[in-house]
Write a protein that binds this ligand. Structure first.
Ligand SMILES: [Zn+2]
Length: 999
């Protein structure tokens, strides 16, 4: 029904909607589309928005009259067109589809010892019935016939299957035919049309599935043009050419993904007959064709294509053809052996007989980009007996289910429903997309994604961050203390967070007597997290198991706990899961290994929040009294950091010293502070004699730096990318949530064995056989679940951009240039950390200049580059010979003895002095900016007059409270609570006494 819009209307009417409801909802869909256009003026936008809101109210009202339940079930249909969106508007759900990435297939290749036909025959003899045999498209149906009759001559019941010959299929299903032979082409019936989990057991590829097109592109099908450009992109050098081709590929990809097959073949026909283009899409393909053809004629490009390891160029009858492995067809075709049924996914086997080594290389390499957890084996090395047993057990199970021989209880046991709750909507969507195009349910702007993982029916939803916070009206700033009669010690009181949609103000309590309005601006337009909690509660009641998957750190543990407390009465079972990267592998692993909440972490976070609240409120009140500004505020951790910034700034402003800079051409530059230079030399201004007394060369090994932790990432990224610490953290947050890097809040440089494997795979890709000479796995630290910040896949930044443009990797949010730059930095630093030492040549000098003798060491040559290729940490200077040099280049400079902090320097100092943690480094700096205590000038942090005043007041009156020592100690105490070595209530006692005794 999804393919016909009339049917959609009929179904909706059966559910109780009127024609007018449907019409209005459709209007709404069209208006929303117009609203999404970028070219709208602000005025038009506001007008449209008003109309949209009006229609939306009507549709929301209409959608309450649904009668009954609609079940949508479709084997192959990918819903297209606008009409399908009526489901979203009126029923609050979107139809999803399963993913071909969900597979339990043993992927193997076989390098043949005899002819391909004979290899196929002997494999079929071993494997038996239920085989699909695919022949490459360039060999075509004739070859399929030939292979089929060859198999028959060997006593195998084989038949060719093409779409019109239903008879062969029927015989195959009845078991009268052992194997079907067909062509490996993406839209082929054997590649896409078969869903026979109880019958199909294995697939054999008689040659690697591929595309073939002539270098003249005389069969200019849109798909061929796109594929040609994807390959040509690999050998382009100029950035602008790459970008141009990337954009074209992306546009073609988008078009082909949504256009009906008939439209695409219509364009193919026009292109072939060279009929002038009319539509924008046609023009696009004409342009692409012209570019591809002209590139293919360039001899330099042709030469480079021949060097590509994963394609083959063949000559036939004086014509050149390019062969490219056809990954999508391989995935689809082999996917016939592994189907989803109520008990999970059936096991399957795929054997690729290698007829071209280059295409095999391409197949292995490219399938890994599509399916991160695919593993390839040599067919000769697998335990066939065991595998066939598993394959057959699954087929028996499918048959038993179909025959109704499996009890409902058993089925329920197989098929568990799980609700996974995370904080970020991006994370929720990314996780859901690993398992197919999710079905989406929505309510009040909240979404829940539904997918099957093969093991579970998984629902994923997001809280959007914190849901609860301390109130202000009760106890001591929101915490009941022993003074309150009914509490023994301390009891924090929480309420749901509310956010004013007009002014953005966040609060927990409404002002009494004023009703439910924003305490700041009086607006009634308020979003209460209570709605989220109530929505998730209902979902929790539907499922067998609730899993809380908030971030893997102290803050995440507490956010998760707050939600858990509210869901527990509604959930059959509730547990916590932890994942340090958002990848399919990590999620599947987490789902299989849930744990209980870690109470220590939660208690530590409770103390952190209470201490922040108490200090913040108490000190702020004093600041208001003294300065008369009711928006000032102070915190414990920020204050010593503000102190450093002031101290450094003042030193920079005050202290200067004279430095003599002596330069010997481009060979050597020496800086000498005036006080080191004997009096008599100081006058010889513009001229000096530099004598190199001794010169010695030595070789040294240089080790790479460890991979990034939060502090080193902030230090390096703020310096090299010229971004603020807050910006770096928010970019890293995106990269984490979209699945590209591991968790970015970490102080462990540890590299797991999986991480090492990523480096190994990547280096093998870059260096081939030689990779062994460069790879040196290192763990950098031992123990703990936390890891360094590293890429999650062996894909560098340039490749990542390409794969995104090709649509192979589809992040749910577009990546900016800044995202890519940060990813690049993280990737290179990580790869370097898993490589052998570099070897450099150093020159040790003894130099005499202006009466001062100095020893200097410098790198003059790189003998082995190794990791420096990816992450350079040295600079090479020229060799200088022994002897005397007269120089006229002497300059005297007034130089400050120090400079104000950069973001990076400040983070480094926080780490060294033990103030701040991976989750707070950037926040501390941001807070100082927000309070207007510091500003930024030329990327350096400068205190404001207000900042200096506030700091001076606080350090004069509350020095003990905000001192660096006390702050660092408290951070340590929090760590102790996290490890369970200190009782959090005792710590609260101590804090309480400290604060109530403040002057
Ligand atoms: Zn407001």
């Amino acid at each position: 029904i999804l393919k016909s819009s009339k049917n959609i209307d009929r179904v909706l009417m059966l559910l109780g909607f009127t024609e007018n409801d449907i019409q209005t909802a459709f209007e709404l869909i069209k208006l929303k589309r117009r609203l999404a256009q970028k070219t709208l003026s602000n005025q038009e936008r506001i007008k449209l928005l008003k109309e949209v809101n009006k229609l939306r109210k009507y549709v929301e009202y209409a959608s309450r009259k649904v009668k009954g339940v609609l079940i949508v079930s479709s084997a192959t249909g990918r819903p297209r067109g606008l009409r399908v969106r009526l489901f979203r508007e009126l029923l609050g759900f979107e139809v999803g589809t399963r993913s071909e990435h969900l597979r339990a297939i043993v992927d193997t290749y076989l390098k043949p010892d005899k002819s391909i036909e004979e290899e196929v025959a002997s494999i079929v003899k071993v494997l038996g019935k239920g085989g699909l045999i695919f022949v490459p498209i360039d060999k075509g149906i004739e070859y399929a016939e030939k292979l089929s009759s060859f198999l028959r001559s060997k006593g195998i019941k084989a038949k060719v299957f093409v779409s019109k010959e239903i008879k062969a299929l029927e015989e195959f299903i009845r078991g009268e035919v052992d194997v079907l032979v067909g062509v490996a082409t993406y839209y082929g019936v054997m590649v896409r049309g078969l869903d026979l989990p109880e019958i199909v057991r294995y697939a054999i590829f008689a040659g690697i599935p591929r595309f073939k097109f002539s270098t003249k592109l005389d069969e200019p099908h849109p798909l061929n043009i796109m594929r040609a450009l994807v390959i040509l992109r690999e050998v382009l050098e100029k950035e602008e050419d790459k970008e141009k081709v990337d954009r074209l590929i992306a546009r073609m990809k988008r078009f082909i993904a949504i256009a009906p097959a008939a439209v695409v073949s219509e364009i193919a026909k026009k292109l072939k007959e060279n009929i002038p283009p009319e539509t924008a899409a046609e023009k696009m393909f004409y342009e692409a064709l012209a570019i591809a053809r002209s590139l293919l004629e360039d001899p330099e490009i042709k030469r480079k294509l021949k060097d590509l390891k994963e394609i083959t160029i063949v000559e036939e009858n004086g014509k050149m053809f390019i062969l490219i492995p056809d990954i999508m067809t391989y995935i689809q075709a082999s996917g016939r052996t592994s189907r989803m049924f109520v008990g999970g996914i059936t096991k399957g086997l795929s054997v690729v007989i290698v007829d071209d080594e280059r295409l095999l290389y391409g197949l292995l390499r490219r399938t890994k980009w599509f399916i991160e957890d695919i593993e390839w084996f040599d067919f000769k090395t697998i335990d066939l007996e065991k595998l066939l047993r598993e394959i057959d057990e699954d087929r028996e199970l499918v048959k038993a289910v179909r025959a109704g021989k499996v009890k409902v209880e058993k089925v329920k046991e197989w098929f568990k429903t799980v609700l996974l709750v995370v904080e970020s909507p991006n994370k929720a969507r990314t996780i859901a997309n690993f398992f197919g195009k999710p079905t989406i349910r929505r309510r009040n702007g909240l979404k829940v994604y539904e997918v099957t993982t093969g093991k579970y029916l998984l629902m994923v939803t997001a809280t959007g961050g914190h849901v609860f916070d301390l109130v202000v009206s009760q106890g001591f700033h929101g915490i009941l203390t022993p003074k309150d009669s009914y509490v023994d010690r301390y009891l924090p009181v929480y309420d749901t967070l509310k956010r004013c949609l007009d002014c953005g103000y966040q609060f927990t309590e409404y002002v009494e007597d004023k009703g439910k309005v924003c305490p700041k601006c009086g607006s009634k337009n308020i979003r209460d997290s209570l709605e989220i909690i109530n929505f998730i509660k209902e979902l929790a009641e539907e499922v067998d198991l609730v899993l809380i998957g908030t971030d893997p750190d102290t803050e995440g543990e507490k956010i998760g706990w707050d939600i858990a407390v509210h869901l527990r009465p509604h959930a059959k079972k509730l547990l916590r899961v932890e994942f340090h990267e958002v990848t399919k592998r990590a999620i599947v692993d987490a789902l299989d290994n849930p744990r209980d909440f870690n109470i220590n972490l939660i208690e530590a976070q409770i103390v952190r929040r209470i201490e922040d609240r108490w200090i913040g409120f108490e000190l702020s009140r004093r600041l208001w009294d003294v300065f008369g500004m009711r928006w000032l505020s102070a915190g414990r951790v920020q204050t010593p950091v503000l102190g450093w910034i002031i101290e450094k700034y003042e030193k920079w402003a005050k202290e200067r010293r004279k430095v003599y800079v002596v330069k010997v051409k481009d060979l050597l530059t020496i800086e000498l502070p005036e006080e080191e230079i004997p009096e008599e030399f100081r006058k010889a201004l513009r001229e000096a004699e530099v004598e190199v007394l001794e010169e010695e060369k030595l070789e040294e090994a240089i080790s790479p730096l460890p991979p990034f932790t939060t502090d080193t990432l902030l230090t390096e990224a703020t310096r090299t990318l010229k971004l603020s610490a807050g910006k770096v953290m928010s970019l890293a947050q995106d990269l984490f949530e979209l699945g590209f890097i591991t968790y970015h809040r970490t102080d462990s440089p540890r590299v797991s064995t999986y991480g090492q494997m990523i480096a190994k795979t990547y280096l093998a890709d870059v260096y081939g056989e030689k990779a062994k000479e460069y790879f040196k796995p290192r763990t950098w630290a031992v123990g703990g679940a936390h890891e360094c910040i590293r890429p999650t896949r062996p894909i560098d930044a340039d490749r990542l951009v390409k794969l995104i443009n090709e649509g192979i990797i589809t992040p749910i949010k577009p990546l900016t240039k800044e995202h890519i730059a940060l990813y690049d930095l993280i990737f290179r630093r990580f790869i370097a950390s898993q490589m052998k030492e570099a070897r450099v040549e150093k020159q040790r000098l003894k130099v005499k200049v202006m009466g001062v003798e100095k020893e200097i060491q410098r790198i003059v040559n790189i003998k082995e580059k190794s990791f420096l290729e990816f992450y350079n940490i040295v600079s090479v200077e020229p060799v200088i010979e022994k002897g005397k040099y007269i120089t006229h280049e002497v300059r005297i400079l007034e130089k400050p003895t120090t400079y104000p902090f950069t973001h990076g320097d400040l983070v480094r100092q926080m780490k060294e002095r033990g103030i701040g943690r991976p989750s707070t480094y950037a926040k501390i700096i941001d807070t100082l900016f927000q309070r207007k205590y510091i500003i930024e000038r030329k990327k350096r942090l400068i205190p404001t007059e207000l900042g200096i005043k506030v700091y001076t007041y606080l350090s004069q009156n509350y020095s003990r409270l905000v001192s660096e020592e006390r702050t660092a100690m408290l951070e340590k105490i929090m760590d102790d609570i996290e490890r369970g070595e200190k009782n959090y209530l005792d710590v609260l006692d101590e804090l309480y006494d400290e604060i109530v005794s403040l002057p």
